[in-house]
Design a protein. Sequence first.
Length: 158
Amino acid sequence: MSTIGKAVLTAVCVTALMLMALPGISAAAEPGGHGMDLGEKIFSGKVGPWTAEARLVDMKAQMEKSGVSAKTSVKFAGQRHLMLFVTDPATGKPADGVAGKVVVTGPDKASSSKATFVVMGVHIGADVSMPTPGKYTFKADIESGAKKGSATFSYLLK
């Protein structure tokens, strides 16, 4: 299997494990609903014509909370799940057909990675690697039909 194939398979498995670990998840879930740990809010504001909220989940901590073995949870060290909840400000409902990408620049400013947002119920999400402490910058570009928007926000990983 190629390195890219392994990376895709790992991302799919990680996402599936995370979703299984979240109790009470439903298609009707909203940010903060059902007592779920939806991570830390790292952005709230406008993205083009939409209102958006970005949340970051520490996947290793989430796995530990779900009761998986230490051997399994250690595999998620440095991994985060970025969730972007995009809503129509006129209705307050999740925006339809939203897709996009995010570029993450690490503390050294020399390295960056790109991930594609995947529709996951009421949010779009991407798994990102944040292996070292420092300031990470996220540039999210999203679109739906003819509408486009982007936002840049930062997070300090301690």
